[in-house]
Design a protein around this ligand. Structure first.
Ligand SMILES: C[S@@+](CC[C@H](N)C(=O)[O-])C[C@H]1O[C@@H](n2cnc3c(N)ncnc32)[C@H](O)[C@@H]1O
Length: 612
């Protein structure tokens, strides 16, 4: 196999190009598109250049679209010691700007996230909105967070006075939604919290990104449990949760019946089929065909009340009667019969509705109380969502082993909800939280990212204290998390080059004797390699003690059949090469200078060898 140079690539555009190439191969030559051939292939389906068309448009849309495909020059570096049970957990918290982070996750999480929930700024007129820098997004972020030379504001207020008030918000949302879509599993879905300020634009935007046919519902959440009498005009007591699926494969999960609903099923006649619920046999509409006399067990002839008819034709009812499925009251003399609907025969659970009452989905008042209690009475964060709202989303959308992503994580309510819901139903979902280190002005928890992490730590401690002595402890790894931070890549050319031309970056890589920055750290570079190779952050990374001459790490993941071996020592001993037991699908990554020509030949025969 040829030896490959390992370089950072994040493939949002590449993947889409590959898809296009598989459909229209004739329009591709050496990875480049022949525009004329593509146009010919699409023929009559091409729109006239100046044709009018229906859709959402705003100033800045083209730039926003381009922003989604500018590759990130960053990477994620681990923050050991900031999480809980870091070695056993698959839960992840990432501190960073979500557009950059979503780009970095494209390769390793594409098609793997089953539920995305986001609660972006609602654009109320005083909201802080991250203003993307189109020329060098990562550098701008690092400057703003004080990780580069100048400090600066992370977020700017988007006011109604700004002529681009709605456009700014749409331009912020558009590339993030595009990238988010690529991460969803085929049976996945996305839920977006929003209110009247941007609901209508958000719906159009989601229609464009996900397709109108993927629209699932707009859930109306009763966010206030009391009317706001101080409101000017009408008091708004609801928000929305807008939901879209990734494909037809998504199935809404039914909700378990509540105790009250179960209590409606009774068994007054000791029917061996168990408790049942009676539904009237009459329908409030006259249909001549279904108007005929029935005889009750007491021998009386019974007709449907005037203006109505029986719900079923005669032969069906006779069959039901023979099977003891009609209820004529305890003594059989009723003139108002019911059809028995057995609990054992009805579909599991009830269909969710679009009305989300504060009694089961929580209110903003309750969410503030929840976070305040967790933080020992201190007010932690102003705009958290209630745990029960998150729970409802998990209930209707998440499989027990789902990855749940929230990339506007705030105080990480969703992370806590995932852990609680796992405990409730025995699942082992894991969470992926992304949150900007937005300053809070509080010296104890100086950024919202710190609030999020602290909330997760506190929630874990709380759950563990509650669980102590219980035999129903959740499976290992559910109660823990690992932290990462967005930073520059360890690859020199990648971090220094300011343009967008990938060929130029490639040439620059080749010009460097070592493409790595000075002072790189093993664990940090390992994480970057993992992401470049498309392994997710929850992959198992283990140092292999059997190798005594070199430091060899093995990376494995449920999502890859092949294994990734990494050795970043300056020289690799022949004994290590002898000892490596590789298959042709396995990838081995090392420094270019670490291998002799002979070892390179041997390894490239045995596996997929990639050098830095
Ligand atoms: C409304 S809050 C989310 C609250 C959250 N649902 C909760 O329950 O705590 C929105 C969060 O998104 C964060 N945010 C805004 N722009 C961001 C960006 N570009 N990247 C990451 N986080 C961002 C803000 O700092 C804010 O904390």
């Amino acid at each position: 196999m040829p030896i490959t140079k390992l370089r950072p690539t994040y493939t949002f555009t590449e993947d889409r190009l590959k898809e296009l190439e598989s459909v229209v191969p004739e329009a591709f030559a050496d990875g480049k598109i022949n525009w004329d051939t593509l146009q010919e292939a699409l023929g009559e389906h091409l729109e006239e250049p100046d044709a009018e068309h229906f859709g959402l448009s705003w100033p800045g849309k083209r730039e926003a679209r381009r922003l989604a495909s500018i590759p990130s020059r960053g990477t994620l570096v681990p923050l050991p010691g900031q999480g809980v049970d870091e070695d056993t957990t698959r839960n992840i918290f990432i501190e960073g700007e979500n557009l950059e982070v979503l780009k970095l996750l494209q390769k390793s999480y594409a098609g793997r996230v089953q539920v995305i929930y986001i609660d972006p700024p609602y654009n109320t007129g005083g909201d802080f909105i991250y203003s993307d820098d189109f020329s060098e997004p990562l550098e701008a972020y690092l400057r703003r967070t004080g990780q580069a030379d100048e400090k600066g504001e992370l977020l700017t207020t988007n006011t109604r006075a700004d002529g681009r008030f709605h456009s700014n918000w749409l331009s912020m949302m558009y590339p993030r939604l595009r990238l988010a879509r690529a991460l969803l599993t085929e049976d996945g879905a996305i839920f977006v919290s929003i209110d009247d300020n941007e609901y209508h634009h958000c719906k159009c935007l989601m229609d464009e990104v996900f397709g109108p046919e993927r629209y699932l519902a707009t859930f109306v959440w009763q966010s206030r449990d009391t009317p706001g009498n101080d409101a000017k005009g009408v008091s708004t007591t609801h928000n929305y949760v807008l939901a879209y699926s990734r494909s037809d494969a998504f199935r809404v999960r039914r909700l378990p019946r509540t105790k009250k609903q179960l209590q409606n099923y009774k068994n007054p006649d000791n029917d061996p089929r168990g408790p049942w619920l009676g539904t009237p046999l009459t329908r409030g509409e006259f249909r001549p065909r279904d108007y005929y006399p029935l005889t009750n067990p007491a021998g009386q002839k019974v007709l449907p009340p005037e203006g109505s008819s029986w719900r079923r034709p005669r032969d069906v009812i006779e069959k039901l009667e023979r099977d003891n499925r009609i209820w004529w009251g305890r003594d059989g003399t009723s003139t108002f019969p019911f059809i028995k609907q057995y609990l054992s025969e009805v579909k599991e659970g009830v269909v969710p509705t679009t009305w989300w009452d504060y009694k089961f989905a929580g209110s903003t008042r309750r969410s503030r109380k929840e976070i305040k209690e967790l933080f020992g009475g201190r007010r932690g964060f102003e705009t958290p969502k209630p745990l029960d709202l998150m729970r409802r989303i998990l209930q209707i959308a998440s499989q027990p082993d789902a990855i749940v992503l929230d990339f506007f994580a705030g105080s990480a309510t969703m992370a806590q909800a995932v852990m609680l819901f796992n405990r409730e139903d025995g699942g082992h979902r894991h969470f992926l939280m992304v949150q900007l280190p937005e300053p809070t002005g509080d010296s104890d928890l100086p950024t919202i990212a710190e609030i999020g992490k602290d909330r997760i730590r506190r929630a874990i401690l709380h759950m563990r204290t509650e669980d102590e002595g219980s035999f129903d402890m959740p499976p290992d790894g559910n109660l823990g998390f690992r932290c990462y931070r967005l930073d520059r890549s360890h690859f020199k050319a990648w971090r220094d080059y300011q343009g967008q031309d990938l060929d130029t970056v490639q040439t620059r890589f080749d010009q460097f004797e070592s493409p790595l920055v000075d002072g790189w750290q093993l664990q940090d570079l390992l994480t970057e390699i993992l992401l470049i190779e498309g392994f997710s952050l929850d992959s198992a990374v283990t140092r292999q003690p059997a190798f005594t001459h070199n430091n060899v790490h093995l990376v494995t993941s449920d999502f890859h059949d092949h294994r990734l071996f990494v050795c970043l020592d300056p020289t690799i001993d022949d004994a290590t090469v002898d000892q490596l037991d590789l298959t042709t699908n396995d990838v081995f990554v090392c420094l270019d200078a670490a291998l002799t020509d002979q070892s390179k030949m041997r390894l490239s025969d045995a596996c997929n060898l990639k050098v830095i």
